[in-house]
Design a protein around this ligand. Structure first.
Ligand code: GAL
Length: 664
C-alpha cells in the first residue's frame, strides 16, 4: 500500500454503451476519485470462445479512465464463467449440502476443487496478466470475487479423499482421529470416504470438521494458483481479494489472507438480514476490525455501499449523510482505500435494484454528490491518514475451527458463534473501546485484555499462547463451551474446560443446556463485581473452583448456589471463566466491570462512535455520529479539524450523521 489514499468505484464498462464511458470517467474524476475496479465479471467479453481473447474493449475503457486520472484494479473474472465453459463439462458445477448441483445463470456456480475449471481459470488469468503486466494505469489485481460456499460434488469428494490422505498418511491414523469405529464407520479405502451431505443426516464431527477445513483450503489453493500467475507476470502490482467481513463463515480468512498483499472487503452496513447481533454501526465496525486483524495491517473496502441494496427486494435507503459516514467509519477502523459499489445502477441482470452512485438513467443525484464530497475531502486529507494505524489494548480471539465445529454441533438451538462474539464486540463498541481481532495463536503481548468467546476447539499451541499471555500480566476472559474439543473435533479426554482447566482454575462438573427456560446469576457483593442479577437462557456450566474465586452463582434450579463465573489469579494476570451464556446482558455487565478496571479504557456511553489512528506520534481522532440527531461531546483540550483546518475546543458539535476528524 502506498502512502496515497485510494478512493474510487467499481465500474462495469461492458454494461454500458462505449459513447458513455468518457462521461462516466469525467464524473469519477470530478468526484475526486483516483481508482476504479474493472472486469471481475467480464469473462465472456474477454474470452468469447475457448482461447479467443478480446482485450480491445477493455484496453479502450482503461485508456478512457486513465485519461481522466484514474488508476485501475483488475478483477480476475472467475466468479462468473461463460456458458460455453459450463456447456462443455457439467461436472464443474458446485453441489450444495442438500445434494443439489448449481445450474447456469447465477455466479460462483463452480466447484473450486475442479481441476478442469482451474485450467479454464488459469488460461484467462494468464492472458489478462500478460496483457496488462506493463500497462501504466494498472496498479493491482483482485482475484475472483467473494470466494465462498462449500461444494459437495463428486469432484469435491475425490479431492477430499486426496486431502485426507495427505493429512493423515494412513487410514488407521484417520480412523483413530475420528473415532470411526462408532457406528461401524471404519474406512478401509480412501475412496469409501463420503462428503457430509445433509441427505444422510448428521455426520461424524471429525469428518465434518475436516471437510470444513478442506473446503476452506480449496479456495485458498484456487486463489494461490491465480495469484502466482499474476505475481509472476506483474511483479509491480498488488494482489488482493474482496472478502466478506465477520459475517462470512465458510472460509478460514486468516489462511485466505495470508497469501494476499493486503486484505480488501465488501462493506454493506444496511442489509435486510440480521446475520448476527448488534446495530448497523457495531456490525460494520466488527467487520472492519476482523479484516484489519487478518494480517494485522490496514485494509481497503473494495465495495462500499453506495445506495439501497436489492435483488428481488429493495432495502431501506441510506439516509442523507450515511454513505459518507460509513466510508469514514471504515477509515476510522483502518481502511486506506474506499471503493464504492457500484458507479451506475444496473438496468439489467439480478442486481437491477442494487443502487449505485448514479441512477438507472445515468443521472446524478444525492448519492453521487455525497460520494463526491467524500472524494474531494480525501483528495485533501487522504495523505495525512493513509498508513496511520489503530492501536488497541483489547483483543477478541476469532477462531474458525471453533466456529466450524459449532456449525456442525451448535450444542443449543440458540447458540451461535457469531452472535455471541458480536455481543462481546458490541459491548466494547458501545463504550468506544477500540478492539482488535486476532487468531488464538497470534502474539498477544500488546494487549491487556483478551476475550475468547466460545473457544471450543483448543490446540496445545493456543493453550500455551494464552497461558503465556496471562502469566505476563494479562486478563483473559473465557466462556462456557471452551476447551471442549481437540483438533480432531473429539471431546477431550479430561474434565472441561480441557486444556484450559488449570489456567481457569475451575472444573466443569455438569452443564445444563437451557431450552425454553432460564436461570439467574447473582454477583457476589463481596468481590469486586457488584452488579444486578442477570438472566441467562442458553447455557449453564456448573463450576467447581480449584483455586479460582467465585464472582457469581446461579439463583435457580437444582444447582442454585453453584458457581457460574470465576476469576483465577495466575502469575501476574488473571482468567475470568464465564460459565453461563445468554444474550447481550452478561457481556455488558462483565465488560462494564472489566473496563473500569482497565486503565486504558475510555468510557463513553453515547451513540457517538469515537476511534483513533496514529500517524507516528500524531493522533487522529474520528468522531462519527450514527444517529439522525445532532450530538455533542466534550473535548479534552485544543484540537484541529483535519476536514476544515479550524481550531476546535470545548464542546464538539456534530450534525446528524456528521463526521469530524481531529488532530491534537
Ligand atoms: C457483493 C458482490 C458484488 C455485488 C454486491 C451487491 O457481494 O461482490 O458483486 O453483487 O455484493 O449485491
Amino acid at each position: 500500500m502506498s502512502g496515497k489514499f485510494a478512493v474510487g468505484v467499481d465500474y462495469y464498462p461492458e454494461q454500458w454503451p462505449e459513447e458513455r464511458w468518457a462521461t462516466d470517467a469525467a464524473l469519477m474524476r470530478d468526484a475526486g476519485f483516483n481508482v476504479v475496479r474493472l472486469a471481475e465479471f467480464a469473462w465472456v467479453k474477454l474470452e468469447p470462445a475457448l482461447g479467443e481473447f478480446d482485450f480491445d474493449w477493455l484496453d479502450r475503457a482503461i485508456e478512457t479512465l486513465s485519461a481522466h486520472g484514474l488508476e485501475v484494479i483488475l478483477g480476475t473474472p472467475t466468479a462468473t464463467m461463460p456458458a460455453w465453459v459450463m456447456a462443455g463439462d457439467s461436472s464443474i458445477y458446485r453441489m450444495s449440502s442438500d445434494g443439489r448441483a448449481a445450474t447456469f445463470g447465477h455466479r460462483r456456480g463452480y466447484c473450486p476443487h475442479h481441476a478442469g475449471y482451474r485450467r479454464h481459470a488459469e488460461r484467462i488469468v494468464r492472458a489478462m496478466a500478460s496483457q496488462y503486466a506493463n500497462h501504466p494505469a494498472v496498479i493491482g489485481w483482485q482475484i475472483d470475487n467473494e470466494f465462498g460456499d462449500r461444494s459437495y460434488s463428486a469432484v469435491a469428494q475425490t479431492a477430499f479423499q486426496a486431502w485426507l490422505e495427505r493429512k493423515y498418511g494412513s487410514l488407521e491414523a484417520m480412523n483413530e482421529a475420528w473415532g470411526a469405529v462408532f457406528w461401524s464407520q471404519t474406512y478401509t479405502a480412501w475412496s469409501e470416504i463420503p462428503v457430509p451431505l445433509d441427505t444422510g443426516g448428521p455426520h461424524n464431527p471429525g469428518l465434518a470438521l475436516d471437510f470444513a477445513r478442506f473446503s476452506s483450503d480449496g479456495y485458498v489453493s484456487f486463489q494461490r494458483e491465480q495469484l502466482e500467475i499474476v505475481r509472476a507476470a506483474c511483479p509491480n502490482h498488488f494482489v488482493t481479494h474482496n472478502l466478506m467481513g465477520f459475517g462470512y463463515d465458510q472460509i478460514d480468512y486468516f489462511d485466505l489472507a495470508s497469501d494476499l498483499d493486503f486484505v480488501t472487503w465488501d462493506n454493506y452496513p444496511r442489509m435486510w438480514w440480521n446475520v448476527y447481533a448488534g446495530d448497523d454501526a457495531a456490525r460494520a465496525a466488527l467487520g472492519h476490525a476482523t479484516m484489519r486483524g487478518l494480517k494485522r495491517q490496514n485494509f481497503w473496502v473494495m465495495e462500499q455501499q453506495a445506495g439501497a441494496g436489492g435483488w428481488q427486494m429493495v432495502v431501506p435507503h441510506p439516509r442523507p449523510g450515511e454513505l459518507r459516514l460509513w466510508a469514514y467509519q471504515a477509515i476510522a477502523h483502518g481502511a486506506d482505500g474506499i471503493v464504492f459499489f457500484r458507479f451506475r445502477t444496473a438496468r439489467h441482470g439480478t442486481e437491477q435494484y442494487w443502487h449505485g452512485l448514479l441512477e438507472h438513467d445515468g443521472t446524478v443525484g444525492r448519492r453521487y454528490l455525497e460520494a463526491k464530497q467524500f472524494g474531494l475531502e480525501l483528495q485533501r486529507i487522504g495523505a495525512q491518514i493513509a498508513g496511520s494505524v489503530a492501536k488497541s489494548s483489547v483483543v477478541l480471539l476469532h477462531d474458525y475451527d471453533s466456529r466450524f465445529a459449532l456449525q456442525i454441533q451448535p450444542n443449543n438451538p440458540e447458540l451461535q458463534y457469531a452472535t455471541q462474539f458480536a455481543h462481546w464486540y458490541s459491548a466494547l463498541h458501545r463504550r468506544n473501546v477500540g478492539a482488535d481481532i486476532s487468531s488464538s495463536t497470534d502474539d498477544l503481548s500488546a494487549y491487556s485484555l483478551v476475550i475468547a468467546p466460545l473457544l471450543h476447539v483448543v490446540t496445545p499451541e493456543a493453550a500455551a499462547n494464552l497461558e503465556h499471555f496471562v502469566q505476563g500480566g494479562g486478563t483473559l476472559v473465557l466462556t462456557a463451551r471452551s476447551g471442549v474439543k481437540d483438533g480432531s473435533n473429539a471431546v477431550v479426554n479430561e474434565a472441561l474446560p480441557g486444556l484450559l482447566r488449570d489456567l481457569a482454575g475451575v472444573r466443569v462438573t455438569e452443564y445444563d443446556s437451557l431450552i425454553g427456560s432460564s436461570n439467574g446469576l447473582r454477583f457476589d457483593p463481596n468481590t469486586v463485581l457488584d452488579a444486578a442479577d442477570v438472566t441467562v437462557n442458553i447455557w449453564c456450566d456448573l463450576l467447581e473452583p480449584s483455586g479460582a474465586d467465585v464472582l457469581a452463582r446461579y439463583t435457580g434450579g437444582f444447582y442454585a448456589g453453584a458457581a457460574a463465573i470465576t476469576r483465577n489469579q495466575v502469575g501476574r494476570g488473571s482468567v475470568i471463566y464465564v460459565g453461563a451464556i445468554g444474550d447481550a446482558a452478561l457481556p455488558e455487565t462483565l465488560l462494564e466491570w472489566l473496563l473500569a478496571a482497565q486503565t486504558a479504557a475510555k468510557l463513553e456511553t453515547n451513540q457517538l462512535e469515537i476511534t483513533e489512528r496514529w500517524q507516528g506520534e500524531t493522533r487522529l481522532r474520528f468522531y462519527l455520529n450514527h444517529s439522525a440527531d445532532p450530538q455533542s461531546v466534550a473535548l479534552g483540550g485544543q484540537a484541529t479539524s483535519l476536514l476544515t483546518g479550524d481550531a476546535v475546543s470545548g464542546i464538539l458539535k456534530l450534525e446528524g450523521y456528521g463526521v469530524e476528524i481531529l488532530t491534537d
